[in-house]
Design a binder for this molecule. Sequence first.
Ligand code: SF4
Length: 673
Amino acid sequence: MKTPPSFAIEHDVATVCPLDCPDSCSLDVTVQDGRVAAIDGSSLNPVTGGYICAKVRRFPERLYGPDRLLYPAVRKGPKGLASFERVSWGEALSLVAERMLKTRRQWGGESILPYSYGGSNGLLTQDTSDATLFRRLGASRLARTVCAAATGAANMAMYGKMPSITYQDFPEARLIVLWGVNPSASGIHLVPYIREAQRRGAVLIVVDPRTTPLARQADIHLAVRPGTDLPVALSLHRFLFEEGHADEVFLKEHARGAEELREKARGWTFERAAAEADVPVDALRRVAELYATTRPALIRCGWGQERNRNGGNASLAILALPAVAGKFGERGGGYTMSNTASWGITNTWAKSAEPRTRIVNMNQLGRALLEYTDPRINMLFVYNSNPAATTPDQGRVLRGLERDDLFTVVFEQVMTDTARYADVLLPNTTFLEGYDLVRAYGPWALQLARPVIEPVGESRSNAEVFGELIDLAGMREEMDPRGELEEMLDVIARLPDDVADGVRATGAASVPFDGRPIQFRDVWPRTPDRKVHLYPEALAQDAPAGLYGYQPDPATSDFPLALISPASEKTISSTLAELSRPEVRLLIHPDDAAVRGVNDGDEVRVFNALGEVRCKAGVGAWIRRGTVSMPKGIWRKHTANGFTGTSLVPDTLTDLGGGACFNDARVQVERAL
Ligand code: SF4
């Protein structure tokens, strides 16, 4: 067992939140008698200083709540019933290691599938000793594409993931477009900067099917039909190119592919795009005029527009707007996307080279478990993730997890929907019980997370558990770090010198350009020629309808409603969903409810060919007609029949990047009898 550091018993400990949220708040954690008593914001990160979200304030309920996993266990009843028997760590890890080696011997390494995502989003909890173990085993590789795959592919191809405009510069903008993002639920520290910009007279435009809090205060709200962001963005490009607003000087000097984009946009008149998106033509034209004529202008491109069949091309078209309109080169002008890549550091710290083994797209887990052969997946190792709740086509995922011949290990903090299916259950520490390095993807920041308390129960860190499995599998090599502290020091040693020095000295890396780079003045595209690639042909082969090609709405007369599942302020993906929350409701527009005889509070059936969800209806005009909404990240206990919105989501993939098409679910709604 790890010996806790001496400062673990002090009353206030500085650390940082690593959860999958753009902000990465610096934290002050109050410890009393070895237990976390309160969590609040600290000023170490000036962007998030002083306050945190309500969900992380409730983190002590996760640490000490009834769902916390306290010791290793093995299954003693049918899969899915969470029936377990306590065992020692030695027994549990020996069982897992023996099973790994046996599975590899019998069916080959690719019959083992590691499954993980950003449960704890730090640099230490993923792609360190875990990756070393699975690489040495020759396991199948997982394409981690449930989020940010399409936007990541677009941003990488077009700009090489150039650093973004950061929160502090939003007040400098005279026009802000929030496209597919709701900072009031995820990324709350951006909101005051937007309000400050509005106070200074900035125009706010929101593109979102829902009337979010910021959409209510926007000058123009385009409540687009899900999946139609691409035609909307292309109509803006057509206007810029054809009405003399394209910055031809900038394009000639700094961009490639402008002519191809101009051609692709040519057919998208305001009338055609507005009809496709079901928004007023005049509003769309007004957005184009304002964007063309106002500066500084910035676009905060979110993730809502990527979760459909056109998501990659939509993200390309949105990200191309500041280049075509010539919005770069001044403070408050340009775009904001993820800042993950701004440090220019690697995403993997594994000690072994990546083998050329099979790649399994995480969005198709159910299909992989049930249908993949050569070899069949016979061992699944889930950590930092809860696929039974979060992965598309939930019914198929659950049928896969129920397979008698599948050996499933779940390494988790609490009893999630996935943990209930484990053959071996391993208790994991939270970010308050260990070290990590946390890289923000909203503000430009990188901080050290410290252990605040001793591990609760017998929980262990990722570094400890994967390190022990490497030992038990006989795969340790001389230079491998041993334990969490060594692993952290190893990662820090491999950071760029200036970043490492800052972390060692103060716990936070000093940020270039005071954290406020100006695009095309301080930072440039990280493409090989430092230009914007408006028509990145390397992506074209992946896109079913080509670059900027639009795929029509998948609605049918049987299933006419678009179901979306946006982030809520209650969970971070599905993390913290074990905590009590108000009843989950399907949001539906009054007109859609009326024609179905549905009243507010009625129990409804939401269904399509993939499955059915039963829950209460919430009737209100905060969602557009023809679209219904259920929160992202809910667990099976939150609905009347034990299925969540993911049971209605096809496991089809985005046009670029292999992302999840959550917003391509088309459903019917009726009153439950
Ligand atoms: S989830 Fe986001 S807002 Fe909440 S504490 Fe963590 S970083 Fe801050």
